[in-house]
Design a binder for this molecule. Structure first.
Ligand SMILES: [Zn+2]
Length: 269
């Protein structure tokens, strides 16, 4: 398969950037159709650049930041589910999964990427999106699943990937003196790491670091000017934290293959 379609589903503008920016850029560069669904416009986020957005303008500014990032990765413009940041656990889940099922049946991807069951650091919105996307993987293929029965034909995605971090990556951050956690309302929620034995897929995104970095920097309200991402590219090169994007293959319709994958399209090409 030379022309695959890949769909990533995340909660907030910038979720795609730090975790999968290199992956998205790689497959776009290889000629795949790469799409990103983002559930919210990130209006509950804090801005590190008050000069760029006030609370009332933050959703519009962050939408533009995500459009900028998608252009940097070379993928299609983002698709928004139009939900409110911080409220995804109270969205009627049939409605949200129905939206994703329609998108899957329209775009007909071979690969779906989303959060793992940990949501990287347990953010409730991430956990909700993980559940929706996993349900949509199954239900998009189910002819008894409903949305617009006549308008959209069932579609079987071949592979479902969860983006997860490894214990080694987190240990290396800690050794570098950085606390691998995200502070929410003053409380540091630690990143969740998986043992190497749980990882099925490792992408070396070194050739796509510049596109990843440009995508990250598009999210200007979220990236501190003293962040390593704002430093020259050499500051990121060689560091697995930036250069490796690690996944768990959670569902696959393809025969099982031993060993670590280095390609989300392994078995599909
Ligand atoms: Zn997020």
């Amino acid at each position: 398969m030379s022309h695959a379609t890949i769909l990533a589903v995340f909660a907030h503008p910038d979720d795609e950037a730090f975790g999968t920016g290199g992956t998205l850029a790689r497959y776009a560069a290889e000629g795949c159709d790469v799409y990103l669904v983002t559930a919210t416009r990130g209006e509950a986020g804090q801005s590190v650049r008050p000069d760029l957005a006030i609370p009332a303008s933050l959703p519009a500014v962050r939408e533009q930041e995500l459009r900028c990032a998608c252009a940097a990765y070379g993928i299609h413009p983002p698709i928004f589910l139009d939900y409110l940041d911080g409220h995804l656990t109270i969205v009627p889940q049939g409605q949200a999964v129905g939206k994703l099922v329609r998108i899957v049946r329209r775009l007909r991807p071979q690969v779906l990427i989303t959060f793992g069951p940990d949501g990287i650091y347990g953010h409730y919105d991430h956990l909700a999106v993980h559940r929706w996307a996993t349900a949509a993987f199954d239900l998009a293929a189910d002819p008894d699943c409903f949305p617009d029965r006549d308008a959209c034909q069932p579609h079987q995605i071949s592979k479902l990937y969860y983006r997860v971090l490894t214990e080694e990556m987190l240990a290396s951050r800690a050794q570098a003196g950085q606390r691998p956690a995200v502070v929410m309302d003053g409380v540091p929620f630690p990143f969740v790491g998986y043992p190497q034995s749980a990882i099925t897929t490792v992408l070396d995104v070194t050739p796509y670091l510049e596109a990843k970095r440009r995508g990250i920097l598009c999210h200007a309200t979220q990236v501190s000017p003293d962040s390593r991402y704002a430093q020259p590219l050499e500051a990121m090169a060689g560091d697995p934290w930036f250069c490796q994007e690690t996944y768990i293959l959670a569902r696959s319709t393809l025969p099982h293959v031993e060993g670590i994958e280095t390609d989300l399209l392994a078995g599909l090409r």
